[in-house]
Design a protein around this ligand. Sequence first.
Ligand code: SAH
Length: 281
Amino acid sequence: MMNVLLYSAAMQLPALDMPVFQPGWVWLAGAGPGDPGLLTLHAVNALNQADIVIYDALVGEAILRCARPTAILEYAGKRGGKPSPKQRDISERLVDLARQGKRVLRLKGGDPFVFGRGAEEALSLRDSGIPFRIIPGISAGIGGLAYAGIPLTHRDTNSCVTFLTGHNASGDVPDSLDWAAMVRASPVLVIYMAMKHLDILTAKLRHAGLSGDRPAALVQDATLPQMRVLTSTLDRICADAQAAGMTPPALLVVGEVVDLQAAFGRSDLQATLSTSCQAAS
Ligand code: SAH
């Protein structure tokens, strides 16, 4: 199955006049939320040419198998409860490899500039004089929710969406946010890294003025075959998540759009998954 994916990518890309990965460059790319079918053509082009791929925890094996066979795959994320490498070490590694004349692909889950520390790495490359390219990816909060059958907008419910993170740099719920203003201004909230402090997050939203029966959903492993979608309300979602054994990575969505999920048949959503995920497994 992998060969089919590589073969069709290799057939398509030259006709599109895709960029050549020059030695000594770093390409900072998003791999999308998990389903390899959501890689961009630029990301596949990068995987086809990179000498080394430095990847994060959210980049799965099916995607890494798209790298060319001789590429070195180097993990730079948190695993098995071990501390994650320091951001500075990762940035220094990218600089070192580029200076050795490697074609370095820095591959991150989703989009590199959405809660992905891509900006820090890009600034460090710039400061070190390393040429780089940014390749956007489909962020989990957009593509992942679509796979779960949760539209981010609907004209009847919201003309605005807010993305936020459940962790700040020290791993705590961000305290610099004006929660009350945010809740007043945005009818739909999409919260990344929501699991660790789910109780605090939901309490903050209640305290900021949201009603307890506001529709809420958790989407775990979005776009992957094991994706799980839990729909509930703001008051109940913590207990429901615990009862259902929901685990990271997951997104929390709060707002009326969650109710639209029920309008889509299971079979519609399953069809989305089976066409793109199974092809790569
Ligand atoms: N740059 C990434 C986000 C990195 S922060 C992006 O644009 O998607 C990591 C958080 O992203 C996770 O804690 C989770 O909240 C969310 N996430 C990433 N991939 C996910 C997936 N497949 N399913 C559910 N949530 C996901």
